[in-house]
Each structure stands twice: as structure tokens, then as C-alpha cells.
Design a protein around this ligand. Structure first.
Ligand code: GSH
Length: 228
């Protein structure tokens, strides 16, 4: 049976949601983050050399990287609902958002998280201003305008009518859900990005999203605020 190697409070949640949407039979192997560092436990290294989640195992196959897992699941288990037809504008949008989530947006969120950790880490008082100064410089010279540009783009994308790829929900919406949820813990979506806020309200009401929460357990993303 297909196994999802599920790290708590992680991107793996969207794979859970996709599995529920597709009605695939699966089992969950759970992993806890290190309480101090937030990192994945070493047992995940036994599943895949990068030691990250999500990873799925299906028979002899081990598949890592959310986008690759989404493509595998949709390609092998989908019932036609979550993948737009080939050679349509919706399919192109699908490919775009599937890659954009991890390729363009999430690296910004990771930089933001690392800076937040630097800013809030315990350290000798005389080092603190230096650390804060460096973090402020990265915010001002690189991070803040890039985050804003990306969120403005996500908010106003012409393709994002009802869903990211048109009027039907697709697996790209599931892939993008983690990106929008990551943005939510760092900026006030309702005030600044109402259509992204509405997207989250809409997905959270879906039965499969809720079933995934029930199977996966508590789901809370790590904080850090770049949008200042
Ligand atoms: N681009 C990869 C990112 C995988 C990734 O970084 N996963 C995080 C969870 S959200 C992780 O395993 N973090 C724990 C660690 O880095 O030790 C994907 O989408 O699968």
C-alpha cells in the first residue's frame, strides 16, 4: 500500500489532502520535528537521502519533492478531475503554478524564516545589533520587495478566476495551498490579499481538506514576519 512519510506541520499536509481528494488508499508514517531546531528527525534519511518530507513510497518506488509526488499521484491515480486537459491554457497554468510554488515562492518564505530565527535567537547582547542589522539589510535589499511582488502577483493573477488555473480546482491549487498558508503566517492576508484569504477559506471548507486534517493531526506552520 502507498505510504506517506508525513512530517508534522509541513508541506506533507498538501499530499495528505491530495490523497484524500483522489480517494487513494494509503497509510501514514509519522515523523516529529526536533523540538529545538524544528528539523526533521534522522529516520527520514532512511527513506530518502535528503531526509525531508513529503516522501511517498509506493511498492518499490520512493518519490520525494512535492511537485513530483503531485505529478505521480495525479498521473497514476487521478480520475480526471484535478488535471486540466492537455494543450489547454488551463493545463499551461497548471504546470506553471505547480512549479512556481516551490521554485519561486517557497525559497522566499525560507529566507524569511531563517532571518526571523536569526533576529529572535538567544545571543550575547553585543552581537544582537549586528545580527539584527544584517537581517534588516537582507529584508530591505532583497526580501521584502520580492515577497510583496510575488504576493501581488498571486493575488491579481489573471488566471486565478475561481481557482489558480481557471474555474475548476486542480492539483496545482493543492500544491499552491502550502505557499498561501506559509504567506498567511507572515502577513495579514485578509487585509492585504483578500483573494488569497478567500482561497484559504474556500479550501479549508472542502471535505477532503478536513479529512486530511483529521488523519494528519494538528497542523500549524512556523512563524516569522517579512512583510514589514
Ligand atoms: N521542495 C521540497 C521541500 C521539502 C522540505 O523542505 N520539507 C520540509 C518540511 S515543510 C522539511 O522536511 N523540513 C525539515 C528539515 O529540513 O529538516 C518539497 O516541496 O518537497
Amino acid at each position: 500500500m502507498l505510504t506517506l512519510h508525513h512530517l508534522e506541520n509541513s508541506r506533507s499536509q498538501r499530499i495528505l489532502w491530495l490523497l484524500e481528494e483522489l480517494g487513494v488508499e494509503y497509510r501514514i508514517k509519522r515523523y516529529k520535528r526536533d523540538a529545538k531546531t524544528g528539523l526533521a528527525p534522522p529516520e527520514l534519511l532512511a527513506v530518502h537521502p535528503l531526509g525531508k518530507s513529503p516522501v511517498i513510497t509506493d511498492g518499490d518506488l520512493t518519490i520525494a519533492e512535492s511537485g513530483a509526488i503531485v505529478e505521480y499521484l495525479v498521473g497514476n491515480y487521478e480520475d480526471g478531475r484535478l488535471l486540466p486537459a492537455a494543450r489547454t491554457p488551463e493545463r499551461l497554468a497548471y504546470t506553471y503554478w505547480l512549479h512556481y510554488a516551490e521554485g519561486s515562492f517557497m525559497p522566499l518564505m525560507i529566507v524569511s524564516l531563517i532571518l526571523h530565527r536569526i533576529e529572535t535567537a538567544p545571543m550575547p547582547f553585543f552581537i544582537k545589533p549586528v545580527a539584527k542589522g544584517i537581517a534588516a539589510k537582507v529584508h530591505a535589499s532583497y526580501l521584502d520587495h520580492n515577497v510583496k511582488r510575488n504576493l501581488d502577483f498571486m493575488e491579481s493573477s489573471p488566471q486565478k478566476s475561481t481557482w489558480f488555473c481557471g474555474n475548476e480546482m486542480t492539483a496545482a491549487d493543492i500544491q499552491m495551498s502550502f505557499a498561501v498558508e506559509a504567506a498567511e503566517v507572515r502577513t495579514n492576508l485578509s487585509t492585504n490579499y483578500p483573494s488569497l484569504a478567500a482561497f484559504l477559506v474556500k479550501i479549508r471548507a472542502l471535505p477532503a481538506y478536513q479529512a486530511a486534517l483529521e488523519r494528519g493531526g494538528p497542523y500549524q506552520l512556523m512563524g516569522g514576519n517579512p512583510a514589514r
